[in-house]
Design a protein around this ligand. Structure first.
Ligand code: SAH
Length: 256
């Protein structure tokens, strides 16, 4: 199978997890963008509860902990990430109000109206944008917020090569007005929409490049590992060529 035809979902998950345990973030993003999104959220107190869904090793969760006094639960399906998350929590002395748990975003362990804020950077695509927005809504208190990043088309039309790549990797990729509409339709007032800068992607791909070498050494001769890296390199090359057509948008909404 050629790189063009293979998606990340087809690679062995253990290899992917091993790869990403070594990076601070597992998707494009930065502290600055996390803080910018947080600035649109009103009314958080020491009694508020936040869930960070698909938290990974907690790059953005640590920023939320540093800049609020809330209780925060990070949830991720990958035990290695949660392990690293809880180590990061201890190093920063946040363990009294920050906890990482293993869980499935398709079956979250919360009560209805338990949360003041749902956070999810670079992860909602695993359940799908519309389904995630709909299913997670009941866990929010009335007036609670949701803040998510999502891969989005910036233009109405795209060159065929990039259109086909993302249609296969993430068929729910859509334009900004359509995403905002979906958010409103799911029962949220769109509060803020802003673009995550290109530098978040180039930094993310640069970090990956650094990890690729030792990773390939460790998995020398493992075709799955090699293909995983080849796929990443192809995705990076496409990003460099077509970044004016797509990227992450931050969407902040308020439960209606
Ligand atoms: N928010 C982090 C990680 C993004 S990568 C960051 O921006 O750095 C996407 C994350 O979603 C991964 O950590 C992956 O393990 C997690 N994930 C994938 N499917 C999941 C599921 N069904 N339930 C919970 N987490 C999931």
């Amino acid at each position: 199978m050629s790189n063009e035809q293979q998606t990340i979902h087809e690679f062995d998950l253990n290899i992917i997890h091993d790869f990403f345990s070594n990076t601070e973030r597992q998707g494009p993003g930065s502290s600055e963008e996390t803080l910018k999104a947080l600035s649109f959220i009103e009314g958080l107190t020491g009694k508020s509860k936040i869930a960070d869904i698909g938290c990974g090793t907690g790059g953005q969760t640590m920023v939320l902990a540093q800049n609020t006094s809330c209780e925060i639960i990070g949830i991720d399906a990958c035990p290695d990430f949660i392990n690293q998350f809880n180590k990061n929590t201890q190093t920063r002395n946040f363990q009294s109000r920050l906890k990482g748990i293993i869980g499935d975003m398709k079956n979250l362990p919360f009560q209805d109206k338990e949360l003041d804020l749902i956070w999810s950077e670079g992860a909602i695509y695993n359940i799908g944008f519309e389904r995630g927005l709909k299913e997670w809504r009941r866990f929010l208190k009335p007036g609670g917020y949701i803040a998510i990043t999502e891969n989005t088309w910036f233009t109405e039309e795209r060159p065929a090569e990039i259109e086909q790549f993302w249609q296969k990797a993430y068929p729910e990729i859509d334009t900004i007005p359509n995403k905002v509409h979906q958010m409103q339709k799911a029962g949220y007032l769109p509060v803020a929409t802003f673009k995550v800068p290109d530098t978040c992607w180039t930094d993310y791909y640069a970090t990956m490049e650094e990890v690729q070498k030792p990773f390939l050494k460790k998995y020398k001769g493992n075709r799955t590992a090699e293909q995983f890296i080849e796929y990443q390199q192809y995705e990076t090359a496409l990003y460099n060529k077509y970044n004016s057509y797509y990227g992450y948008m931050f969407y902040v909404g308020k439960k209606l």
